[in-house]
Design a protein around this ligand. Structure first.
Ligand SMILES: Nc1nc2c(ncn2[C@@H]2O[C@H](COP(=O)(O)OP(=O)(O)O)[C@@H](O)[C@H]2O)c(=O)[nH]1
Ligand SMILES: [Mg+2]
Length: 193
């Protein structure tokens, strides 16, 4: 897969703004602050195409990046930020429902989770959305650089057990900081688009 050029094209706050141009989509989701923007930048070899550290809970839109003129990288709004209103939470739920209702264009799902912790209930909900759309499901266990060596195997096993006990997806140790797992994840994405 060509990762250049990569450009931010648009942001959609609702289904009327979704891109429907027939190009395949690689869809990224994750808890807010898990490093989703950093993972996208790392994969694309860019510093700040997807905005890192934009205040958590504020990026409530679906963002579209056109990669190599051929593939959409779609950045879904982060979830699980404590200080958002019930109304915002409901908006997120509706947006996800609308987005996954048009799942035939999703070629692969990339779920960014925190490699240090047990997946949350919302991670499990998100996982269900990815699996229900029937696309290959890849999990990036991010912030891997922060794990002690002794934590690695047990954490991988825990993430697998929580999200893909039936082997319905693949878990990749990943670090947007030191680029652990970049080639492996990019290879798995490339195989689908
Ligand atoms: N140590 C470490 N920090 C990371 C990693 N990925 C992201 N971060 C940091 O985590 C914070 C949130 O990252 P961001 O990409 O904005 O998260 P997003 O809200 O999920 O898009 C930033 O301070 C990043 O520098 C990683 O793999 N390792
Ligand atoms: Mg972000």
């Amino acid at each position: 897969m060509k990762t250049e050029p990569a450009l931010f094209v648009k942001s959609a706050g609702g289904k009327e703004g979704f891109v429907r141009d027939g190009r395949p989509m690689v869809v990224f989701a994750g808890k807010s602050n898990v490093g989703k923007s950093s993972v996208i930048n790392c994969l694309l070899g860019r510093k700040n195409l997807a905005r890192v550290g934009a205040s958590p809970g504020k990026t409530t839109n679906v963002n579209y990046f056109l990669v190599g003129d051929a593939v959409w990288f779609v950045d879904l709004p982060g979830y699980g930020y404590a200080r958002v209103s019930q109304a915002e939470r409901e908006r997120w739920g509706r947006l996800m429902e609308d987005f996954f209702a048009e799942s035939e264009r999703i070629r692969v799902g990339v779920h960014v989770v925190d490699g240090r912790h047990r997946p949350t209930a919302l991670d499990e909900q998100m996982s269900g959305l990815f699996k229900s759309c029937g696309c290959p499901y890849l999990i990036a266990a991010n912030k891997w650089d922060k794990l002690k060596r002794s934590e690695r195997e047990p954490n991988l096993a825990l993430i697998r057990q929580c999200l893909v006990p039936d082997g319905s997806g693949e878990v990749f140790p990943f670090s947007a900081e030191d680029r652990t797992g970049r080639e492996a994840l990019l290879g798995a994405i490339s195989a689908q688009v």
